[in-house]
Design a protein around this ligand. Structure first.
Ligand code: SAH
Length: 370
């Protein structure tokens, strides 16, 4: 038994020695949220001085445009008067502050509605409280703590931080892919053969897998999306879900970033952001099962351009201040260019069941042939 004050790495090694290899989701959650050494526990990860930059940290225009979009569609999805605002995983609170300003700029009643923040990290919670003083703020740790009211909000780079599990095709069978030890180092190991029950969350699996093929599923994402979808199906509202992602469960998408550089995900326990690529198809299936609808995903670049980010940036240019002007154009390029965040990042919108496609999602309509 390791000493309680031992490092997270030593405690995880001890756990693996005692109980055998652990699931990938268990490893991720320990690295991110361990009470003493978890990466998010410290709340220092995000921003230019942190390890990675998220869209709201690139430009305030991002949050302002999301607020304008939600304010515009609110009347179609229950209205703003009795609604609550919501954000899942608000990090430093930058996006919430920008959206507050966005709601005020377009005169939306949402500007004065209470803001519910789903946040697990003490470090980030303290920063959010310090930063967001305008509207009544309620911190929650579980979606079940939301009041019965229409909800308008956003989850930006939230689902990628939830635990993902993996299976691997080996010798004609699917096996669990787990985290074990190779000497002192954490290493992926082949676990027990999967039962057909184990494989249900991974469906549909490839029909003719090749040796070493990997598939992923995120039970935690499915559980939280189910709660979000049930809430919106019953009470109305709209939730933007933005993340790097795709629409299948194929491949090993686990990644870690420290100091703005990719690092091997098992090498820097608690010292790096460890995330996965979100499977939007799985989120859409869960939403549908809860009688809600997930529209999209569409690439972030196309979404923002359709909402008018280029026109908004033009209005904010600084002809007399070349450095600020250059920074503004570089920020917009970073958000929309396919080579930067514009293509890998996707946007989807969770709404009650119905038809039609709101602003920002025209490319989805085209692709669906609708
Ligand atoms: N949305 C922010 C931060 C993204 S980092 C931005 O765009 O800058 C991921 C955020 O999700 C962090 O605030 C993290 O603490 C939070 N988070 C991750 N898993 C969570 C969970 N299960 N419950 C609540 N918050 C969680």
């Amino acid at each position: 038994m390791t000493h309680p004050a031992a490092s997270l790495t030593d405690r995880l090694r001890d756990e693996i020695d005692t109980t055998g290899p652990i699931s990938v989701s268990r490893f991720m959650q320990a690295c991110l949220f361990d009470d003493t050494d978890g990466y998010y526990h410290k709340g220092e990860a995000i921003g230019a001085s942190g390890d990675f930059i998220t869209a709201p940290e690139v430009s305030q225009i991002f949050g302002e445009m999301l607020a304008a979009m939600l304010a515009y569609i609110a009347p179609y999805f229950a209205g703003s008067e009795a609604a609550i605002r919501f954000e899942a995983g608000p990090g430093r609170g930058t996006l919430a502050a920008d959206m507050q300003r966005g709601y005020e700029m377009c005169g939306s009643a949402l500007a004065n509605r209470p803001l519910y923040l789903l946040e697990k990290s003490d470090g980030f919670r303290d920063q959010q409280k310090a930063r967001l003083s305008e509207a009544p703020l309620v911190m929650i740790e579980d979606m079940a703590d939301l009041p019965a009211a229409p909800l308008f909000g956003v989850a930006n780079e939230f689902f990628d931080a939830l635990g993902v599990d993996q299976v691997i095709w080996q010798n004609g069978q699917w096996h669990h892919r787990l985290v074990g030890l190779s000497g002192e180092e954490f290493a992926f190991v082949i676990g027990p053969v999967c039962t057909s029950e184990d494989l249900i969350p991974y469906a549909p699996l490839p029909e003719a897998p090749a040796e070493g093929d990997i598939c992923e599923t995120s039970p935690q994402s499915a559980a939280i999306m189910a709660q979000m979808a049930q809430h919106i199906a019953h009470h109305g509202g709209a939730l933007l879900v933005i993340d790097y992602g795709k629409s299948d469960q194929l491949g090993d998408t686990l990644q870690a970033v420290a100091n703005h550089r990719p690092v091997p995900p098992l090498s820097v326990c608690g010292m790096a952001d460890i995330t996965h690529w979100v499977d939007f198809r799985q989120l859409a299936q869960v939403a549908e099962a809860a009688q809600a609808r997930l529209i999209g995903p569409v690439p972030q670049g196309r979404f923002l351009l359709e909402l008018g980010i280029a026109e908004r940036a033009e209005a904010l240019r600084h002809p007399d201040m070349p450095e600020q002007d250059r920074q503004l154009l570089a920020a917009i390029d970073r958000l929309v260019s396919p080579a930067q965040m514009g293509h890998a990042f996707k946007v989807a919108l969770l709404v009650p069941q119905g038809d039609g496609v709101p602003p920002g999602f025209a490319s989805y309509q085209t692709e669906e042939g609708g």
